[in-house]
Write a protein that binds this ligand. Structure first.
Ligand code: UDP
Ligand code: MG
Length: 349
């Protein structure tokens, strides 16, 4: 009875300042979804937009009963917005996608078919081409993924955040306790029966990418720090190499001293000081990153805070139905057992 109201497919879309695009995108996505199933929900997470995104979502939710917008109290970043949406998703499968139509909704029927008929638990869409991007972003991305592949052992080069996840995967993902998240990496780490579909990244219709160089660098550092401890180990390896080097140099200096050969000035000393100094600094920096990560994990703050949420009318009906159902059950169960003694004991508990 309860299951009837649960959606089959949940779509989670994080958006930030997408007022211009969001209505069109959602209508296209909803159209595409309705060809696949009648039981779907669209959870749009407004990641603290400063434009009219939230107003548009509020209006749209009246026209689109399957839409449940969710608003974070400030801009927490795409990863946190994704987490918020995923934790609210109730579908048997969840599709994660961007709100700017750069993730083509035409792939949805194929994704659902692979999940429904062929039993894949993760359908990942990979970028066949990265679309039109600024050169610095392209170079940055290839350097970052190159480093991440070596450090984490997962090939994430063309990975995108456009995926379908089965309920089982979602449950497993929810059990990961970490606060610093890199969704692409975490879903690769989870495993499960997976298949990839490739797609071309369509150019943005309007608006602009919200990622600044600073945000991307932060994401890259988070991804590496939360996926690999190799940089931390590198500190000790470099340390050992330096020790060997200094022993060799020390022995040579001593031999020269005993042989009475004059030292060749301060150049070597200054160079050594500089090199060692900089390596020590870099090492401390790397350690700092990990300590920062530990600090964030230990603090255990929530990943996001929700300030508002509109529950779709379908969901309300389902909640009401469930509430009545539970009420009915409780009435049936509790009627024969209404003994005062018993209830006193219960309240004492
Ligand atoms: N986004 C978000 N929070 C942010 C930045 C972006 O929720 O702080 C959303 C954005 O609205 C979009 C998706 O993340 O739906 C992808 O962002 P964008 O299109 O700017 O990135 P790109 O496509 O260039 O990777
Ligand atoms: Mg985009």
């Amino acid at each position: 009875m309860k299951e009837e109201f649960l959606p089959e497919i949940s779509v989670v879309i994080p958006v930030y300042n997408e007022g211009e695009l969001i209505s069109d995108s959602l209508l296209v996505i909803a159209d595409m979804l309705s060809t696949v199933t009648s039981r779907y929900e669209i959870i749009v997470v407004d990641d603290g937009s400063q434009d009219d995104t939230w107003n548009r979502l509020t209006l749209l939710s009246m026209a689109l009963p399957a839409l449940s917008p969710l608003r974070l109290s400030r801009n927490f970043g795409k990863e946190a917005a994704l987490c918020a949406g995923l934790e609210c998703a109730r579908g048997a499968a969840v599709i994660v996608m961007d709100g700017d139509l750069q993730h083509p909704p035409e792939l949805i029927p194929r994704m659902v078919e692979l999940w429904r008929n062929e039993g894949y638990e993760i359908v990942e869409c990979v970028k066949e081409s990265r679309g039109r991007e600024r050169l610095d972003k392209k170079l940055g991305a290839s350097a970052f993924y190159g480093a991440l592949n070596h450090l984490s052992g997962h090939d994430l080069r063309d990975a995108s955040d456009y995926k379908l996840l089965d309920r089982k995967v979602m449950d497993a993902w929810r059990r990961l306790p970490e606060r610093i998240t890199f969704f692409r990496g975490m879903s690769a780490w989870l495993g499960f029966k997976r298949i990839t579909l490739s797609f071309h990244v369509a150019p943005r219709k309007s608006g602009s990418s919200q990622w600044s160089v600073f945000h991307l660098a932060k994401l890259a550092v988070n991804a590496i720090v939360s996926f690999s401890t190799i940089p931390l180990r590198m500190v000790s390896i470099v340390g050992i190499l330096f020790l060997i080097g200094s022993v060799v140099l020390g022995v040579q200096t001593l031999i020269q001293k005993f042989q009475g050969v004059a030292l060749t000035g301060f150049t070597t000393v200054i160079l050594l000081l500089l090199i060692i100094g900089s390596f020590v600094m870099i090492s401390i920096g790397i350690m700092g990153e990990y300590i920062a990560a530990i600090y964030h994990e230990v603090k255990g703050r929530p990943r996001y805070l929700i300030s508002e949420r509109i529950v779709s009318s379908e969901a309300q009906a389902a909640a009401l139905e469930q509430h009545n159902f539970i009420l009915d059950q409780n009435m049936n169960l509790s009627t024969p057992r209404r003994e005062p003694q018993h209830s006193r004991h219960m309240s004492h508990d």
